[in-house]
Write a protein that binds this ligand. Structure first.
Ligand code: UDP
Length: 248
């Protein structure tokens, strides 16, 4: 397909226009950043690995009735997606305490939450992506109350589907970040990506707190073997997708 001009270049993806105004092309990069881009690096093969993982997870979610921006995967590191206006919220779902939740609340790493927690962050690099409250989301007019309720319900439904999917792969879904967007006709779609860059994933076969980490924390915390961990996630996602049949 013909690549048009670059619409947007982010930390991990380049979004190209195509000859169809309703479709875009996401090119997944090997670049990695953390701590609001203060730490930068490259993870060999990450673009292809994350594009493949995200493809399988979007297909699985579609099969579970969740509308996503995914269309198809024309190349190993490219995903054709539906054009959406991204809602500037990072919707984080947490099942186990880690990362900023531990830092901000004092909960010990690994504390199992009695119910999933949905946190909203303002997608604004200049402000450092601050935590928002529903009232602040209304104040800034980032989403209507109805849209926020929809986002909350979708986030919990996606969490249930992904917990079950990863659990069957021997992986614990600790937390993850979602982004949503609106199509020209106001359809709300799950957008961006779901990958080890955007999820915390712990290997259930490993008890060592560093050995179990299969996600971007390996890069954030300089734990090494980042590519190997991402590849292990892909292998398990592929095996799980195959066992769900061709539609998943
Ligand atoms: N996350 C993300 N992008 C961000 C911030 C967080 O994908 O800009 C993901 C992160 O990988 C983790 C979850 O959201 O799976 C929760 O992250 P947290 O708030 O703990 O922030 P962190 O301490 O990782 O910066």
């Amino acid at each position: 397909m013909a690549l048009g001009e670059i619409l947007y270049e982010g930390k991990a993806k380049i979004i190209y226009k195509t000859d169809d105004p309703n479709q875009l092309l996401a090119h997944y990069k090997d670049d990695a950043t953390a701590f609001n881009a203060q730490k930068r690096g490259t993870i060999a093969g990450k673009g292809q690995i994350n594009c493949a993982i995200a493809t399988h997870l979007f297909q699985h979610l579609e099969a579970e009735g969740i509308a996503t921006h995914f269309i198809d995967q024309p190349q190993a590191n490219q995903m054709r997606i539906r054009a959406v206006q991204i809602i500037p919220l990072e919707v984080v779902v947490r099942n186990i305490a880690a990362g900023s939740l531990c830092q901000q609340t004092g909960l010990p790493l690994g504390t199992r939450l009695s119910q999933p927690l949905v946190d909203y962050y303002y997608k604004d690099d200049a402000l450092g992506d601050p935590l928002l409250t529903p009232d602040r989301i209304q104040l800034l007019q980032l989403a209507t109350q109805e849209q926020l309720a929809q986002l909350h319900n979708l986030a919990l439904a996606i969490n249930q589907a992904l917990i079950a999917f990863f659990d069957l792969s021997g992986i614990t879904l600790v937390d993850f970040k979602l982004e949503f967007g609106l199509t020209a006709d106001q359809q709300l779609l799950l957008a961006d990506e779901i990958s080890p860059d955007t999820c915390r994933l712990w290997d259930q076969a490993e008890t060592d707190p560093q050995g179990r980490v299969l996600d971007k924390d390996r890069f954030r915390q300089d734990l090494g073997d980042v590519e190997n961990a991402y590849t292990r996630v892909l292998e398990r996602v592929l095996a799980q997708s195959r066992s769900h049949g061709p539609s998943a």
